[in-house]
Design a protein around this ligand. Structure first.
Ligand code: EPZ
Length: 421
């Protein structure tokens, strides 16, 4: 195991480049196995454990996969296995995209139920609703999702809840269904649009991704293509918030500023300077920030995946702030760790009531999930004294080279081996 040791209180200065989007990459890689001809070369792949995990799963299907420097080449023409049942499948959430991919191409899929961050119940009923609407029979027995169809036929599907996973998964299957599918009450996140653009590069016919209605006209087959993953909106938001928390001036580069609008707007409301350039944002903060209220919502609302870093920032911002976590029912567990540092936060169900304090003091913290780990690193960077964040394997799932990037900005942070977790 490893932990990060941070000597806090230093301002951040400099420029960092954001990596490819985790939640786009872990959907695009499974989608690539739908190609029955040609090879896909996918660029701007982030160097993170979740990507390595999904790559291992794809290889377990006897698919040829070659890793390069932030690039993956996939030749799925020889796949002969519709069973995804390795430990990796049960470890991560995005393995469920193999259901839509294999069902779409082979009309059959046997995929173990997914794992993922412990932030709530995380059902897949909407995925199943979509697959069944397309004509599949779906059963869950012994922890395995089995989906089969004689034929997949286009349908009109109105999701009961806005779900990134269900929107993407059903979109995948529908690309090779006969006829037209309309999806409504869909997720509009940048990574949903990125997956649709990738599928269209493979020869799919998807219109309206990023809007309230996605229309998919089924095609006969999909072919490998060249593609580059969009920058990670959540990684970028994390570094923006870290700069606001520590004070200083940082250029967050290689991003799409439009994707950051809800985060930029909230930081500006709190007194942070945010200057937009074509593919970067300059963040300037004197740490003297005003509290604010946050309600996490599907895109373009405030992203739930930066709620924990933002709650950490609000814990040292002036006055009372209220954070309402509308997406996940259990995403405040990390608050108990923040309290060890002197934060004043009261959690009532899906709401956190935060009274800003003048400073946090270093402590030994345990990362409970991916984004909580990032929040604790931010807390350590801005706290007085030394902080240790253990169980950082959670963080390595979604943040490439996080301590290296913070070191480039002047942070005193180092990774060391430990027995603790
Ligand atoms: C994706 O999870 C992301 N993960 C999550 O990011 C992110 O928090 C979430 O979208 C929301 O943006 C990946 O993309 C791999 P959902 P997903 O389906 O698809 C309910 C991170 O930190 N729901 O949009 O699992 C669900 O309970 C991770 O990178 C159903 O009720 O999320 C939740 O309340 C954490 N039935 C809401 O919808 C379903 O069938 C949104 O979930 C599916 C979802």
């Amino acid at each position: 195991m490893e932990k990060l040791v941070i000597n806090g209180g230093r301002k951040l200065f400099g420029k960092i480049d954001i990596s490819g989007a985790k939640n786009a990459a872990v959907a695009i890689l499974p989608a690539a196995v739908m190609a029955s001809q040609g090879v896909s070369i996918i660029d701007n792949i982030p160097d993170i454990e979740d990507v390595q995990c999904i790559e291992r799963i794809i290889e377990s299907l006897n698919c040829k996969l070659i890793r390069g420097n932030n690039t993956v080449t996939i030749d799925s023409t020889t796949i002969n296995n519709v069973f995804a049942n390795t430990d990796d499948v049960r470890r991560m959430r995005a393995s469920y995209y193999l259901i839509g991919a294999l069902l779409g191409r082979f009309k059959e899929a046997h995929v173990d139920l997914p794992g993922g961050c412990a932030i709530g119940v995380r059902p897949i009923d909407q995925h199943i609703k979509g697959f069944e609407a397309l004509g599949a029979t779906v059963n869950i027995e012994h922890g395995v999702v089995t989906a089969k169809a004689e034929r997949l036929v286009g349908a009109n599907i109105f999701f009961d809840v806005v779900s990134v996973g269900a929107t993407i998964n059903v979109m995948l299957a529908a690309t090779l269904a006969e006829g037209t599918t309309t999806l409504e009450n869909v997720a509009k996140e940048p990574h949903v649009v990125d997956v649709a653009n990738f599928m269209n590069s493979m020869g799919a016919n998807i219109k309206g991704a990023g809007t309230d209605v996605i229309r998919i006209t089924g095609v006969k087959e999909l072919k490998g293509c060249n593609y580059s993953v969009i920058p990670d909106q959540i990684e970028a938001g994390t570094y923006m918030i870290a700069t606001a928390a520590c004070g200083g001036e940082v250029v967050v580069g290689n991003i799409i500023p439009k994707h950051m609008e809800s985060i930029s707007a909230k930081l500006i409301e709190m007194g942070v300077e945010v200057i937009e350039n074509e593919d970067s944002l300059l963040i300037r903060s004197d740490r003297n920030l005003k509290g604010a209220n946050i309600k996490t919502l599907p895109y373009p609302g405030f992203p739930t995946d930066v709620q924990q870093p933002m709650t950490t920032l609000l814990s040292v911002s002036r006055g009372r702030s209220i954070v309402n976590e509308s997406v996940w029912e259990s995403r405040f567990k990390f608050v108990d760790e923040l309290k060890k540092m002197g934060a004043s936060v009261k959690v009532e169900g899906r709401t956190a009531i935060i009274d800003g304090v003048s400073k946090l003091t270093g402590a030994v913290l345990k990362a409970t999930d991916l984004r909580a780990g990032a929040a604790m690193i931010i807390a350590g960077l801005m706290a007085e004294g030394t902080t240790e964040v253990t169980c950082i394997d959670h963080v390595d799932r979604g943040y490439p080279h996080i301590e290296e990037k913070f070191k480039m900005l002047g942070a005193d942070i180092r990774r060391i081996k430990t027995e603790d977790c």
